[in-house]
Design a protein around this ligand. Sequence first.
Ligand SMILES: NC(=O)c1ccc[n+]([C@@H]2O[C@H](COP(=O)([O-])OP(=O)(O)OC[C@H]3O[C@@H](n4cnc5c(N)ncnc54)[C@H](OP(=O)(O)O)[C@@H]3O)[C@@H](O)[C@H]2O)c1
Length: 340
Amino acid sequence: MTVRVAIVGVTGYAGGELARLLLRHPGASLVAAVARSHQGEALRDVQPHLHGAPAALRISAGVGDAEVVFTALPAGEAARQARGWLAEGRKIVDVGSDFRLRDAADYSRWYKFEHPAPELLGEAVYGLTEFAREPLRTARLVANPGCYPTASLMALAPALRAGLIETDLIIDAKSGVSGAGHTVDEAFLFGTIDGSLRPYGVPTHRHTPEIVQQAAVLGGAPARLTFTPHLIPMTRGLVATCYASLKPHVTGAMIAEVYGGAYRDEPFVRVLSTFPATKQVLGSNWCLVHTVVDEENRRLIAIGALDNLVKGAAGSAIQNFNVMCGLPETAGLEALPLWP
Ligand SMILES: NC(=O)c1ccc[n+]([C@@H]2O[C@H](COP(=O)([O-])OP(=O)(O)OC[C@H]3O[C@@H](n4cnc5c(N)ncnc54)[C@H](OP(=O)(O)O)[C@@H]3O)[C@@H](O)[C@H]2O)c1
């Protein structure tokens, strides 16, 4: 028994990564590879790293008889089509940002458009899998978290949930260029990026309200955030270094115990005793976490590292899909780490 799935936006980076993983997933059958461009062409010709894909799998305009639709589209595009797919009885995992924020007013403020399906925002499950398994089991619409929010929230969640830190947060994060998609723009040319590091989107980055919203949910108190993302000269991989003030009673031993306990049985999270590096997660669904207690300044520094296209996009989407469909959570994701 396999679940029939479609990828909408399959010509993009996240869509291509979804195809890489779903084509070898034992519980999924990729029945439709959807995009506006290249229709009629074989997926393996359009995404040449998928040279093992069946020749018959061609780019199409519709999702066919898919039971689950993965969307990896620019902001607003999944929301324009979601209502129809749900009415047809399909489930949706949106790798984009259309269903991540609870309040439609936040879309006009941060994304600069009126949300096309505001009535769906209340139903969407925010799919940070490790903290959402129960609602995911019955979800028909999943908002897959952004890449920066995944690394940041995985790094901060145990301390937030245990009430060990204040919710006034600072996050300094760095991502490879694939995080921006395959857009042709001077800012992402090799000559612009190579040998150069630059911050961007301060304080307007669209992941800011998402992290604030979910930090408040996890911490049970309103959150504030200063978020500084950077573009680094590599293709994929992301590190988020998060700073929060420790509550007065909190010790380093308490932090170590809470983090060890929170992630002990997680299949895709490892708490390291040293600093993580992007190379350790490339191509895999791992999120590596490391904490430092700065006693002098009474601060927690929590670091999360992941591959933005896997745990930050396609991998976590498939992890969510597995939970939604009652499949083993690790299905299709097990053998991925390059570094055991
Ligand atoms: N890249 C990452 O690391 C990452 C991580 C997490 C989440 N995401 C999210 O995933 C989504 C896709 O990101 P990406 O990096 O894969 O972008 P991308 O490489 O630019 O791909 C975008 C896809 O959407 C299609 N598309 C573009 N404009 C469209 C429109 N107006 N209507 C319908 N389809 C359109 C494109 O193909 P056609 O033009 O052929 O239709 C392409 O397949 C975004 O929402 C992004 O925020 C990305």
